[in-house]
Ligand binder design. Structure first.
Ligand SMILES: [Zn+2]
Length: 118
């Protein structure tokens, strides 16, 4: 079990295991907030927060919600807007830096081709 949290601690994130890789994406939103994504089935992730402490944002085709702490502003995760999508993203910038240091990071061209650039 790995636990991370936003800067102020209002949003806690637990995952069952380390991600096999992290993804750095250059799409219009990821390139702005600079998150490093680990992907999981939603059943493998526990988000603990008061409902009012999570702000969410959707854009474009509104297939996912980008979630951030309403107090300190850290982007913590994204989750699908529809239940049929069995995948969510966890921003490992909110975890101990040793996780990032020991995990391969791949650069995804989410802006154009949806292929890896490395
Ligand atoms: Zn916070």
């Amino acid at each position: 079990m790995l636990t991370g949290s936003c800067h102020c601690g209002a949003v806690r994130i637990q995952v069952t295991r380390k991600p096999r890789r992290l993804t750095s994406c250059n799409c219009s939103i990821c390139r702005r907030h600079g998150g490093l994504w680990g992907y999981y089935e939603p059943s493998k992730v526990t988000i603990t927060a008061r409902r009012a402490d999570i702000d969410r944002y959707a854009w474009g085709d509104k297939r996912l919600w980008l979630c951030r702490c309403a107090i300190c502003g850290c982007v913590t995760h994204w989750r699908p807007a529809r239940r049929s999508m069995n995948r969510m993203g966890v921003n490992f910038r909110n975890f101990d830096p040793s996780v990032i240091e020991t995990t391969r990071i791949r650069r995804l061209d989410g802006a154009k081709t949806w292929k890896f650039l490395d």
